[in-house]
Every structure is written in structure tokens, then in C-alpha cells.
Design a binder for this molecule. Structure first.
Ligand SMILES: [Zn+2]
Length: 288
């Protein structure tokens, strides 16, 4: 019989749960022998040098919205200038212990990720669904044509040699979760349009934008086919992730939530563990 561990109510947001390991053991019992779908968020990638907008230790930053992007050519130029410098930081990021442990975890049949960094893929996870798209592809908002971010780079680089040199002279850059970097002056950056004249946008679901219906349908089907849901490093603030927790809970499936800090799904969790995701996944790998 499983020990009942009292609910963890931290006095402040960054206080870790002293019973985390006991809760991880309970989570291991719950997940053992079951097929598991994982739902992951920014907390999984912070140790790979990709910051989180909403983690308990994060500086407050406002992510870009689709409305801003569509709103003005100046904003788009500014965004693309920052992306021109930031995307390669994301491209060169490496998986950490959390990605690696999840990729090796028995029973995991798929990974639904809110991250756009492709690190689950790099770690070797199978059946990864990029719920919010990924940084490595660009899409035309008019004709729908796509191209790789690498290809766009080869077009932008010769047009912006002076810009890159000017920024590179300033040293380290702060990079955001969507491959954006923080720089103020981008007026000397040159952006291109699609051959059809349409606006190019990273193939990433921005705030204020919906996840494409076929992607949502595939995610629901992954949840339906699994016997348990394990969420890692997401506060489930946006509905795009929370609905899968609701779906699994409604179907009576065990839901394990691992996150530093509270999540919007805590009430639906069978077991909630407030701890570092790399620690949790490494421990679960031992238990399963
Ligand atoms: Zn086009």
C-alpha cells in the first residue's frame, strides 16, 4: 500500500519540496508497467541554456504576440534581426539529463512538447510532437511555403554582414525561449519576403495564435493511446497544454506532474512533485 504524503504548500514560490523523493517513488509505482505519454515544457530545457518565460527563477519577460508580428514591418524587421542572432544559439544547444533520461525511460510511447528547441529529438526520443512548432523551419503566411531556418540564414547572412559584425563585437547575448535575442537597435538589418511577396514567420505558434487542428488531434490521440500522462517542466499556464492533462484525468488515467513551482494542473494530478526535472527524470528512470 502506498504511503500518503501530505500535500506540499510552499511558503514562497522557490521553496523546494522536502518530500520530493518520496513523491517520486509514488510516481514510479504509478507509472511502472504502463504506457506513458510525456508532456514537456520550458523547464526541461533551462539546463540546456534556453531560458523559461515563467519559471520561478526567471526574469520577467513578455513573449512576442502574433498581433505584434503582423502589426508592422518595423516590428518584424526587429524580430527577425534578433532571431538572426538567436536561432543559432538554439541550434547549437544540447540535450541535458532530463531529455536523455526521458529518451531512455521504459514505457514512454511519445513526447508532446511545448518547446521549439528540438532537444527531445536530439536526445533520441521517438514519436516527438512539436505542439508549438520548432525554430528550424520558416513559413510564408501567404502561400504556406516552408523553408529551413538554415536555408533562410544563407540568404540573410550576405545581406547583413555589417549588422552581424556590429552585434558580435558586443559579446554575449541574452536568448529567449523562441530563439529571440535581446538587442535594442536593429534598424540596419535587412529582411527578405517569400518569393510570392508574403511575410515569412518562424514556424512557431506564438502567443495569441492557435495550435493547428491536426497537431492538436494528434496530441489527443497520443494521450488516448497511452495509459498514463507525465508532465515535465511546464506550469500548464496556456490551455494548449492544460487540455491534455484534463483529457487524461477525465479518462481516469494517472497523471504525474513534475515542475518547479505550482501548475494549473495540480488539482488534477494523481502525484505532483515539486522538484528539478532532471533530478526527477533520472530518478524515475531508475524506478521504471
Ligand atoms: Zn509565399
Amino acid at each position: 500500500m502506498r504511503t500518503v504524503i501530505p500535500a506540499w504548500e510552499p511558503a514562497h514560490a522557490t521553496e523546494p519540496d522536502p518530500d520530493a523523493d518520496e513523491r517520486l517513488s509514488a510516481a514510479g509505482e504509478l507509472l511502472a508497467g504502463r504506457s506513458i505519454v510525456a508532456l514537456t515544457g520550458a523547464g526541461v530545457s533551462t539546463a540546456s541554456g534556453i531560458p523559461d518565460y515563467r519559471g520561478p527563477d526567471s526574469p520577467r519577460r513578455t513573449p512576442m504576440t502574433l498581433q505584434q508580428f503582423l502589426g508592422s514591418p518595423e516590428f518584424r524587421r526587429h524580430y527577425w534581426a534578433r532571431n538572426h542572432l538567436g536561432w543559432r544559439h538554439m541550434d547549437s544547444a544540447l540535450p541535458n539529463d532530463a531529455h536523455r533520461a526521458l529518451a531512455r525511460m521504459p514505457g514512454v510511447t511519445g513526447v508532446i512538447t511545448q518547446n521549439v528547441d528540438l532537444l527531445h529529438l536530439k536526445a533520441g526520443s521517438a514519436n516527438v510532437l512539436d505542439l508549438h512548432g520548432n525554430y528550424a523551419r520558416v513559413r510564408c503566411l501567404s502561400c504556406g511555403a516552408t523553408m529551413s531556418r538554415h536555408r533562410l540564414h544563407t540568404i540573410l547572412e550576405p545581406l547583413n554582414a555589417g549588422f552581424t559584425a556590429r552585434i558580435a563585437g558586443r559579446g554575449a547575448l541574452e536568448v529567449a525561449p523562441d530563439a529571440d535575442v535581446v538587442i535594442a537597435d536593429t534598424t540596419d538589418f535587412t529582411m527578405v519576403d517569400c518569393d510570392c511577396g508574403g511575410v515569412l514567420k518562424p514556424d512557431i505558434v506564438y502567443f495569441g495564435e492557435s495550435v493547428p487542428k491536426p497537431v492538436v488531434a494528434r496530441a489527443f490521440s497520443m494521450v488516448e493511446q497511452a495509459e498514463a500522462l507525465l508532465t515535465l517542466g511546464t506550469s500548464l499556464t496556456v490551455m494548449s497544454g492544460l487540455r491534455f492533462v484534463r483529457h487524461a484525468a477525465k479518462a481516469g488515467k494517472p497523471v504525474v506532474i513534475v515542475n518547479r513551482g505550482a501548475t494549473r494542473g495540480d488539482q488534477l494530478a494523481t502525484v505532483k512533485v515539486d522538484c528539478d526535472v532532471a533530478h526527477a527524470t533520472t530518478r524515475l528512470l531508475e524506478l521504471l
